[in-house]
Design a protein around this ligand. Structure first.
Ligand code: AMP
Ligand code: MG
Length: 716
């Protein structure tokens, strides 16, 4: 394999001071991830330190045996603040501290002596400290203060932080042994492991930055919060796993030159966070996207976890659930269910980003001219000026290769690179030009009519976040900063099913007891308008076995299902009856008008939204509840519909208790409502261009009262 990476392999390790965490992968445990050339493998969970240490040693040995140069980065301080090593070991060598701890730390799956050891160290220092934070609530430890605020803490003569901790914003003190964001305990429980690795690999291994990083195996400390939040989103549902994946990927993608820059820090006995000060390099090196592979042996698994069986379970009470509480529940308990695709930015409008996009190039990449004119070195003082014209010109796509002599001007066209020797452009209309000279009036500021490199976007910046549904303008933004392929969510496949014996297809021959299926065409169009892939599931009769069969079939080809009708608790309400057999069913009594109970549940793991049958209620519930819920399932951010406050063009007294949605449209800047509130009037939905939402509380609306208007076009 030929590439110019400094290391063939990067192994990222997130260490932990906790007890054995059990067989199933968990948060706040030890995770490792191995990456090569910007391609991560599946992150690995280690239930305790013993198995983790064995695995790390094995991995290093394997890479080494295969002739691959390996960098192991630990989210773990490699040293303590200046003066600590000298006081503890009699030498300033931080590696002597490693050996000191290796000799004394006693560690098993369920107990260790880290607090006692910290107390013993404190006893060697004057005053109280430097360690603080006894994490055992009912057990005092000699010489170890409970908190940093314990009276008398201090006087031990050491700084609390290393220089690198101060420089890495948010990093914690290695002397802190308990509490939020604690790192000190991990350090005590990690140094013995590091010490053993070091001895095990002898001269083939070096510890950066205390030793030159020239060996086949290099250990370094990093800080797995160096890069902006959100970059690791979607790499893995468990944060620690996602972080190790991100940092293994980023460091393994660095070119030799960039890695050399990361490694080039002033030697210090306090150590240094690898990558600190070089975050822009890490970000720019990140292959975007990290290709999701279907080959789970070598690629990161990016299939989202299934929804939890209790995702629709809301605390039930005698009261009707307010609309906002229902929405809040959906927002908190739903998560993306779709996989990922890599597609080209052209044609990606309406798709949802599965990963943030990082600018591959600054925009503009070079300073360039904002107008047609003449470039020279600014500024120009007030008065008239006469500049000799340098031969040649700079045009967009055909930059001028030479340097313009001081005091000379060069012909330049809009979008052309500002040539060397110049920084300012005068508009051609402001100049009298001959073949050899230009005359113009000052003053002209330095940099006038020139665009700065990167003034729009800077290489390495996150340009658009994951969860963003791409607009046409987004495509231009992405293209401009050098984006070709992007990782997007696969489209959410949403099935639409109508239920009821009385329903017939539009346009067919019907008898008196039958009506046309109005909901299906509407809901299919809604789903398409919201950017999902609609799946027409047809009609189901009021027959439980038939409906069961249809749902089971649908669950194999849909990511979510919208049904209408049969969602209440009556004899012929087969949707709710069937969902009730799944153990995931909830009948939401929402304080909303129009609306009936909303039946929610998972059918073979696929979320089913049982909407009311009445077309007006079906549409209102679809817009208010299904629209934002489906957006989250599709991988987009929670999207409340667009709304405007407008004066009412109507009068209405509304009692408190239920949120009310009225079919409305804007006339002369005021909201008019459909004359009949009868929810059977489908035509009122066509008359309307949106909904007026009246608050849960009572309200006396008069012409001019401000009301909330939700345009139908805002649901898209
Ligand atoms: P249900 O919730 O099944 O009791 O239905 C409530 C009302 O909505 C009944 O009058 C149904 O006939 C009517 N309805 C149900 N589904 C549809 C549909 N797809 N199109 C038009 N009306 C419907
Ligand atoms: Mg029915």
């Amino acid at each position: 394999m030929t590439h110019d990476a400094a290391f063939d392999t990067v192994l990222a390790v997130d260490w932990s001071s906790g007890h054995d965490r059990g067989a199933a992968p968990k948060q706040d445990a030890i995770w490792t991830c191995l990456a090569r050339s910007g391609q991560p493998t599946d992150p690995v969970y280690h239930r305790n330190r013993q198995v983790a240490e064995a695995s790390i040693a094995d991995t290093i040995a394997q890479e080494h045996a295969a002739g691959r140069r390996v960098l192991v980065i630990f989210d773990l301080c490699f040293a303590y603040p200046a003066g600590f090593a000298q006081a503890l070991t009699g030498t300033s060598d931080p590696l002597a501290v490693w050996d000191w701890f290796e000799e004394r730390v006693k560690d098993s799956k369920h107990a260790n002596n880290r607090f006692d050891l910290a107390g013993q160290i404190n006893a060697m220092f004057p005053g109280i400290g430097p360690f603080w934070g006894n994490g055992r609530p009912h057990h005092d430890v000699d010489h170890l203060p409970r908190t940093q605020k314990t009276s008398g803490y201090g006087g031990h003569g050491l700084p609390e932080f290393r220089d690198t901790d101060t420089a890495a914003k948010g990093a914690q003190s290695p002397f802190k042994l308990s509490g939020v964001g604690v790192v000190g305990s991990q350090v005590i429980m990690g140094l013995p492991m590091l010490s053993r690795l070091r001895r095990g690999f002898g001269a083939d291994l070096s510890v950066w930055p205390f030793q030159p990083a020239t060996t086949p195996i290099v250990l370094a400390e990093s800080y797995f919060s160096l890069l902006p939040d959100g970059l690791d989103r979607d790499l893995h549902p468990i944060k620690d796993a996602a972080q190790t994946t991100l940092y293994a990927t980023a460091f393994s993608a660095l070119s030799q030159t960039d890695m050399a820059q990361c490694l080039d820090v002033p030697a210090s006995q306090e150590g240094w966070v690898l990558g600190l000060g070089s975050q822009h390099l890490l970000r720019a090196a990140m292959p975007d996207p990290v290709a999701p592979t279907s080959d789970s042996a070598s690629g990161t698994k990016l299939t989202p976890p299934p929804l939890r069986n209790d995702c629709f379970a809301m605390p039930q009470g005698a009261h009707w659930t307010p609309v906002d509480a229902a929405l809040d529940h959906l927002q908190k308990h739903l998560s993306p269910v779709t996989g990922q695709d890599i597609i080209h930015v052209t044609g990606a409008a309406g798709r949802i980003l599965a990963r943030p996009v990082i600018a591959a190039r600054s925009h503009p990449p070079h300073p360039n001219a904002a107008v047609d004119g003449y470039a020279f070195a600014g500024p120009l003082p007030p008065g008239t000026h006469d500049l000799p014209l340098h031969p040649g010109r700079s045009a967009a796509g055909a930059p001028f290769a030479g340097t313009v002599p001081q005091g000379h001007a060069l012909r330049i066209l809009t979008g052309a690179n500002i040539p060397s020797g110049t920084d300012t452009v005068v508009l051609q209309e402001d100049v009298t030009a001959s073949d050899t000279r230009i005359a113009l009036h000052g003053p002209l500021k330095q940099g006038a009519n020139a665009r700065r490199a990167g003034e729009d976007m800077t290489k390495g910046d996150i340009v658009l976040p994951a969860g963003r549904r791409l607009t046409p303008a987004d495509l231009a933004t992405l293209a401009a900063c050098g984006t070709g392929d992007i990782t997007v969510r696969q489209r959410l496949r949403v099935g639409v099913l109508s239920t009821g014996d009385e329903l017939r297809d539009p346009g067919s021959v019907v008898d008196d007891g039958q009506i046309f299926d109005a909901n299906r065409a509407m809901l299919l169009a809604d789903v398409a308008g919201w950017g999902h892939a609609p799946v027409d599931l047809g009609r189901a009769p009021d027959d439980r076995d038939r409906l069961r069969h249809i749902l089971t079939q649908a669950a194999t080809r849909c990511d979510a299902i919208l049904t209408s009708g049969g969602a209440s608790a009556g004899d012929e309400d087969h949707v709710s009856a069937l969902l009730a057999t799944t153990g995931s069913f909830a009948l939401w009594r929402i304080a909303v008008k129009p609306g009936r109970p909303l039946a929610l549940g998972l059918w073979d793991g696929v979320p089913v939204f049982g909407l009311p049958g009445n077309p007006v209620a079906a549409q209102v519930c679809a817009l208010i509840f299904a629209y934002p819920a489906l957006a989250v399932l599709a991988g987009a951010d929670w999207q409340p519909p667009q709304s405007f406050t407008v004066p009412a063009g109507f009068s209405k007294s509304k009692k408190p208790g239920r949120r009310e949605y009225l079919r409305a449209r804007i006339n002369d800047g005021a909201a008019q409502v459909f004359p009949s509130e009868g929810s059977g009037r489908v035509s009122g939905l066509s008359w309307a261009t949106g909904l007026v939402a009246l608050p849960d509380d009572g309200i006396d609306v008069r012409p001019g009262t401000p009301v909330t208007f939700l345009p139908f076009t805002g649901f898209s």
